[in-house]
Design a binder for this molecule. Structure first.
Ligand code: SF4
Length: 295
């Protein structure tokens, strides 16, 4: 038997009948008893809306964000030959949380000294001058203080195929330690990262494009990061292997000492230096340079 729900609304002088299972015959009977009704709702929507996949929704939201993205900009200048390889157009952002003692550009410390500018506008300006530069440099202030805006800016510039240099007062290691996908995406698109805080005691022989000698030129920083990660893994494996070797060395030394103690010719040597004998034998055994039999 189909379940039928009657909702009575005396104020509105309305009776709503709901059923998900009633057949045509029941509907006709109700029609006869209560008069002609009208459909006010149906569980099955008249218009089928195509449900967007999560990634589509995400992409649409991202597109909207990047369309409206802004960044605190201090200024844009062109034809620089000191801010990276060749002739550069430079985007200087406003705001820096690092505050290196002796910094040459304290006027960029505060975001309010710059202006919130649409990234689309900045890219348009750069595009207009595309025949005049060899690449774009983003510096500050501190670009990585505005990571999400920086990501959009970097993405738009790379879409145009520009060579990209970024200056940062943070070291590559500290940027990676943030474990931020956004930072990693920026680094993956950066051709040259000039990293490290300015140190006024190290200005002598600082090297090209740098203010102090602690700052590094890191080409393709994400590849460098992968190398660093590989090195870390290698160090870990070596450490583990070393630990195992040490353990087997000490066990084996004990074993050799025990056996050597019973051998007449060994006893002679053992008397003068037991530990040395065990060590020599064990090291040779570990290096596979000698094979010997113990009783
Ligand atoms: S990171 Fe750059 S802008 Fe910031 S204080 Fe240091 S030198 Fe100045």
């Amino acid at each position: 038997m189909a379940e039928i729900v009657f909702i009575l609304e005396p104020d509105a002088r309305r009776c709503i009948i709901e059923s998900s299972q009633a057949d045509v015959k029941t509907a006709e009977e109700l029609n006869k008893d209560l008069g002609q009704g009208s459909v006010v709702n149906c569980v099955r929507p008249k218009l089928e809306i195509e449900v967007k996949h999560h990634s589509q929704i995400f992409a649409a939201a991202q597109a909207e964000v990047s369309q409206n993205a802004q960044i605190y900009l201090y200024r844009i200048y062109h034809h620089s030959t000191v801010d990276g390889l060749g002739r550069r157009s430079v985007i200087q952002v406003a705001g820096c949380s690092i505050r290196c003692p002796g910094c040459y550009i304290p006027e960029t410390y505060e975001r309010k000294n710059g202006q919130l500018v649409s990234i689309a506008k900045i890219v348009d300006e750069i595009k207009k001058r595309s025949g005049e530069h060899d690449g774009i440099t983003i510096l500050g202030g501190e670009p990585f203080d505005q990571t999400s805006s920086l990501e959009v800016l970097v993405e738009k510039l790379k879409e145009q195929g520009f060579q990209l240099t970024i200056y940062t007062g943070f070291t590559l290691e500290s940027l990676l330690a943030r474990n931020s996908e956004s930072v990693n995406r920026i680094l993956a698109k950066t051709d040259l990262l000039i990293d490290g805080a300015f140190d006024r005691t190290l200005t002598k022989n600082a090297g090209e494009y740098r203010g102090s000698s602690n700052q590094r030129l890191i080409f393709y920083p994400m590849r460098e990061a992968e190398k660093m990660n590989g090195e870390k893994q290698k160090r870990l494996i070596l450490k583990r292997r070393e630990k195992n070797l040490r353990r087997s060395f000490s066990n084996f030394s004990k074993f050799v000492l025990m056996k050597a103690g019973r051998r007449p010719y060994a006893r002679k040597i053992v008397r003068s230096s037991r530990m040395e004998l065990a060590r020599t034998v064990t090291k040779a055994w570990l290096r596979n340079t000698v094979s010997f039999e113990l009783e």
